[in-house]
Design a protein around this ligand. Structure first.
Ligand code: 3Y8
Ligand code: NAP
Length: 248
């Protein structure tokens, strides 16, 4: 009997969780515990870190996990590295459920930067109205460019003072829509968007809205991830589980 662990926290992970629950596969979903009220999921869910790759390996053994599906966000590189290391150490099958990066379209005004530090450097210019859509955990880096008027979209209301002197907060969790993001950017008078190349449908609306408004986008490219088997199709994950099950 297979007992998969899904490392979640994305739209794709939630969709896979629904498929696994409907197929009555005894999977467990795992979240880091970054948000105060994570969306309810149709699988038993554990929340919190494992304690590095070693802690994850112990968890996999203690809970008789037979497969690991890494459906984490493309920027959750540490979790992906730990999953690859723990599965290699235990000889457990690992499959990543990923989503393609967004590609610039002809009218897009993207400036690609390799990482968050380069995104901060790209803002080294006179004050602008910037939609900083990178979430809460990266805000401190942007204190190096305090001159801008920032619009921040966070999943939870900030509990501590923000590291940015001129910032307006919108508390909202995606998936978002184009019409809502168009209204948001117009209301704020946004002149530039800063975004991670998350890919997928859940965060793309601000990129589509920026295109419609001909706004420049500082697009942060994805971090390098460990080599592993990948698919962007949840149905492939189900077949992989069935096949690997036959193999055990
Ligand atoms: C805790 C689970 C689902 C999953 C929905 C996706 C889509 C909406 C868009 C913007 C960009 C951002 C952020 C974002 C999106 C989906 C997906 C996605 C971006 C939840 C969730 C968790 C998190 C963690 C959170 C981070 C933050 C990043 C906000 C749940 C809602 C900016 C990434 O306040 C914080 O501490 C937030 C932390 C990691 C990045 C950061 O560095 O701050 N996601 N987001 C997961 C866990 O605990 O393991 O609360 O229910 C999931 C989703 N967020 O079920 O439909 O699939 O990408 N999440 C980015 O892509 O740039 C918002 O505003 O346009
Ligand atoms: P990260 O930097 O790659 O991971 C840092 C540590 O957080 C990991 O080493 C692990 O702690 C813990 N962790 C991360 N994901 C976990 C999970 N699904 N279950 C249990 N522990 C987890 O991760 P992150 O970028 O902070 O992302 C955290 C979560 O938010 C992930 O679920 C991710 O899918 C989701 N998310 C992230 C982003 C983003 O922009 N980064 C966007 C949307 C959703 P231990 O070492 O103690 O095991």
């Amino acid at each position: 009997m297979s007992r998969p662990l899904v490392l979640g926290g994305t739209t794709e992970a939630s969709a896979l969780a629904a498929l696994l629950a409907r197929a009555r596969i005894g999977a467990i979903l795992s979240l880091a515990g970054r948000t105060r009220q994570p969306a309810a999921q149709p699988l038993p869910t554990r929340v919190g870190g494992f304690g590095g790759a070693e802690g994850l390996a112990r968890y996999l053994q203690d809970h008789g996990i037979t497969h690991v599906i890494d459906a984490t966000h493309p920027f959750a590189a540490q979790m992906s590295r730990n999953a690859a290391a723990a599965c290699a150490a235990l000889g457990l099958p690992l499959l990543a459920l990923t989503r393609a990066a967004w590609q610039a379209q002809p009218r897009d005004r993207w400036q690609h930067v390799p990482d968050m530090a380069a995104a901060v450097r790209a803002l080294d210019r006179p004050a602008m109205r910037v939609f900083l859509a990178v979430g809460r955990m990266q805000l401190a880096a942007f204190a190096a460019q305090p001159q801008h008027h920032y619009l921040l979209r966070l999943v939870d209301a900030p509990q501590v003072a923000l590291p940015l002197p001129r910032a307006e907060v919108v508390v909202d969790r995606g998936p978002f829509t184009v019409e809502a993001d168009l209204a948001l950017l117009r209301r704020h008078g946004t002149e530039m968007v800063v975004a991670k190349n998350a890919g997928g449908p859940g965060a793309v609306s601000k990129i589509t809205a920026a295109r419609a408004l001909a706004l420049p986008v500082v697009m942060i490219d994805r971090p390098a991830l460990p080599a592993r088997a990948e698919t962007d199709d949840p149905a492939v994950v189900l077949r992989w589980l069935a096949h690997a099950n036959l193999g055990v």
